[in-house]
Design a protein around this ligand. Structure first.
Ligand code: ARG
Length: 493
């Protein structure tokens, strides 16, 4: 038989309208943390037993039900929104199964304030780890594609105008490097999330001899969240995760914007896989890049989630305030949209085909090698760069970079002869070729295939290191949970 909400019975026994109950309940969003709550209950119970705060038989009876919930799932009735939250729902369920004499002891030495903060961190660890896993895969896709396109010449843009030729590898590796910084940010955030608030109680810990280190260890945290007031009152790690997600999504959105542009018939640099596109209900010819567009829009969702959470936490006095409950759904919404976007972006990019011919066709347009000609005058004829820049700029203005025009403007603007220095139409032609311009760009991080190969080797090393770190923390989380359950089963064996 399912108990009613047990929490109000003493102090507030009167009836409450469904409307108020629903308004106050976090039950819907608590689906995100329900499984974490079982783990928290199990760890807390193991600790209570170790500290002799509950009797052996009581601990065994309650643990039996908790393992039942762990093994077979939490029944629907515990999610009824007559309960303020899942913590109340599960407690009522336990009391229903074991009686208040036993089930009513689990909440010894804790509060829902430290309980929910712990649940949020447990689930957030998993969300972060899942998202970092998707980032690893996306980065791998970008690096693989880059490796195959070291010599694919394409136009590089500034102000969305042909600027200088570069390679597709250089472009893809640029995004990979940005996503690697996102990974680093999540990594740092993970370290701060991975501390246990459990045992902080309402905010002032407990006068009972609880052991915070023990529950932290059992739940796979690397540390306890120290000050117990801070542990229940702060949500900055939640805000930080969302901020990281926003920064990542801003880059995702920029890339998506380019996928939309590149797949447009006006540009035709990329052909997106049909599976990621939609058509029109009226225009039968259409193939629209909707996945990239929705992803671009999800950036708004994620940034909105951060803004919502920030505004909820601002101005809250110490320590716990119920407002905090309202911030948590923003976290899940933001993390979920971010993770799914990164995952689909990987699919979108890895299944697209790049139109290399079109890229090469465009690479030399818009006088994109004018800088290389100015550089040539600096290198070969020792002209000051500004003078060379002026000569080439004036020639572009006059409509041609042929020998006659260059010679004429050089005499006009700098009173010198390029022909006398040895300039020929063949030299000009050679310097203006996009491919040779790219080949010359050998500086560290530059697009020449030689520089790119070295850079990609380095990027692979970083990627492997991040991948190994990610595997380590994922395994640590899995092992901690497995060990916790082993200890729980030993208790009832
Ligand atoms: N459901 C609440 C939350 O998400 C946790 C319970 C704390 N409630 C309270 N009245 N002190 O923050």
């Amino acid at each position: 038989m399912m108990e009613r909400d047990r929490i109000r019975v003493g102090r507030l026994p009167g009836e409450r309208s469904r409307e108020v109950a629903e308004f106050l309940s976090s039950m819907e969003a608590d689906r995100w943390i329900a499984e974490a709550d079982i783990l928290v209950d199990i760890a807390h119970l193991l600790m209570l037993r170790r500290q002799d705060l509950v009797e052996k038989d009581t601990a065994r009876a309650v643990m039996q039900v908790l393992l039942d919930l762990y093994d077979h799932g939490i029944p629907r009735e515990a999610f009824d929104d007559q309960f303020e939250d899942i913590h109340a729902g599960i407690e009522a369920y336990l009391i229903g199964r074991t009686g208040e004499e036993r089930g009513g002891r689990l909440h010894t030495g804790r509060s829902r304030n430290d309980e929910v903060a712990t649940c949020i961190r447990i689930r957030l660890r998993n969300e972060l780890s899942g998202l970092m896993g998707e980032l690893i895969l996306l980065r791998e896709t970008l690096l693989d594609l880059a490796a195959r396109n070291e010599a694919t010449v394409m136009p590089g843009f500034t102000h969305l105008q042909h600027a200088q030729p570069t390679t597709l590898a250089h472009y893809l590796a640029a995004y990979e490097e940005a996503f690697a910084r996102d990974f680093e940010r999540f990594q740092a955030t993970f370290g701060r999330v991975n501390r246990s608030p459990l045992g902080a109680g309402a905010f002032a810990s407990s006068g009972l001899p609880i052991d915070r280190e023990m529950t932290a260890r059992l739940l796979g945290f690397t540390d306890v969240a120290g000050n117990t007031m801070d542990a229940v009152a702060s949500r900055d790690t939640l805000l930080e995760a969302l901020a990281d997600a926003c920064i990542l999504m801003i880059t995702v959105s920029r890339l998506c914007e380019e996928l939309v542009l590149w797949s447009s018939p006006l540009v035709r640099f990329i052909e997106l896989n049909d599976a990621y596109c939609s058509t029109s209900s009226i225009m039968p010819q259409k193939k629209n890049p909707d996945t990239a567009e929705i992803m671009r829009a999800k950036t708004g969702t994620v940034c909105g989630a951060l803004a919502g959470a920030l505004m909820i936490v601002k101005s809250l006095p110490m320590s716990y305030n119920r407002d905090l409950q309202e911030a948590t759904p923003h976290l899940w919404r933001g993390m979920d949209a971010c993770r799914r976007s990164v995952r689909l972006l990987n699919g979108l990019i890895s299944t697209a085909s790049f139109c290399k011919k079109r890229m090469e066709e465009e690479a030399g347009k818009g006088y994109s090698t004018a800088t290389d000609l100015a550089d040539f005058f600096v290198r070969e004829y020792h002209l000051p760069f500004r003078t060379a820049h002026t000569i080439v700029g004036r020639a572009v203005r006059e409509g041609s970079l042929d020998l006659d025009t260059l010679e004429r403007v050089a005499r006009e603007v700098a009173s010198l002869s390029l022909v006398e220095q040895g300039l020929t139409p063949e030299r000009i032609e050679q310097v203006l070729t996009p491919r040779s311009a790219v080949m010359a760009r050998n500086a560290v991080g530059g697009p020449s295939p030689v520089a790119m190969r070295a850079a990609l080797k380095e990027r692979r090393r970083t990627h492997r290191r991040d991948d190994a770190w990610h595997q380590r923390i994922t395994e640590a989380l899995t092992t901690a949970e497995a060990d916790l359950i082993v200890s729980a089963r030993e208790m009832i064996a």
